[in-house]
Design a protein around this ligand. Structure first.
Ligand code: NAD
Length: 257
């Protein structure tokens, strides 16, 4: 899938990995709709990127918001339609199964599942419906869906039960979704990042952040959001990438804490 002239939607595009992705796709000539609940940051980024970017306020837990954002993206390249969605919206709550404050709050667990997993599911199903209307390119390709899991899907740390469950779901959806959408020429790939230097990680307590950094093998540092965006670009361009969960982690294998 080429990037120039095609429309892409980036959920969670106002910050961190999504922001770097929206910027990279816009610079590569793509038309990018940034969908996020953070209106101020999203509008600021769209303004900064110029004519090739727009902002759509969208909460990924609300199907109607996503439908509007998808329509906005499709109409950004009317003769081509929506060709790619990159799902970066997410939260990372921390609580133990049973801790000092008692049992894990069920509401916190539900919230992580609702935003990280069900939000990704909504984005995927609704984007696929829009992409199904596209004229196929050579090789019969109509679109590409890129979801964001986490290495926590495989090595959830202490306090990550809700996050790990949500990201495990994102990882597990990849192959069946790719199989379901193959007849339409729509690819589905997930990226499982290790530890990246974004506001999500900056917001963690210093001790937790330092512990994560110390586990990075090579390079011995946190990942950079541009490195995530670079993989997104390769996934969009390389049609043989499909149905896979790609670790992007500098060989990190997270310990219990
Ligand atoms: P971030 O906090 O910088 O960005 C997340 C964005 O998602 C924010 O702009 C936020 O407003 C938006 N968002 C939150 N809830 C939303 C909702 N309901 N609807 C729409 N937008 C919503 O975090 P990040 O580090 O860039 O994370 C991006 C994704 O990558 C997340 O899914 C995260 O779980 C995943 N991830 C991050 C890391 C890391 O180390 N940073 C590692 C593994 C996976």
């Amino acid at each position: 899938m080429q990037i120039a002239g095609n429309a892409f939607l980036v959920t969670g595009g106002a910050s961190g990995l999504g922001e770097a992705t929206a910027s990279r796709l816009a610079k590569a000539g793509g038309r990018v709709v940034i969908a996020d609940v953070n209106e101020e940051a999203g509008r600021r980024l769209a303004l900064h990127l110029g004519d090739t970017a727009r902002f759509a306020k969208a909460d990924v837990t609300r199907e109607d918001d996503l439908k509007l954002a998808i329509t906005a993206a499709a109409s950004f390249a009317p003769s081509r339609g929506l060709r790619g969605i990159i799902c970066c919206a997410g939260i990372a709550p921390a609580a133990k199964v049973f801790g000092k404050k008692g049992p894990h709050p069920a509401q916190l667990f539900r919230q992580a599942i609702e935003i990280n997993l069900v939000g990704t599911f909504h984005a995927m199903t609704l984007a696929a419906a829009a992409m199904a209307e596209n004229e196929p390119d050579d090789d019969g390709e109509r679109g590409v869906i890129i979801n964001t899991a986490s290495v926590a899907a495989f090595e959830g740390q202490i306090g990550q039960i809700a996050y790990a469950a949500s990201k495990g779901g994102v990882a597990a959806m990849t192959l069946p979704a790719a199989r379901d959408l193959a007849p339409l020429g729509i690819r589905v790939v997930a990226i499982a990042p290790g530890v990246f230097d974004t506001p999500m990680v900056e917001g963690m307590p210093e001790k937790v952040r330092q512990g994560l950094e110390a586990q990075c093998v090579f390079p011995p540092r946190l990942g950079r959001a541009e490195e995530y965006a670079s993989l997104v670009e390769e996934i969009i361009r390389n049609r043989m990438l499909n149905g896979a969960v790609l670790r992007l982690d500098g060989a990190v294998r997270l310990a219990a804490r």
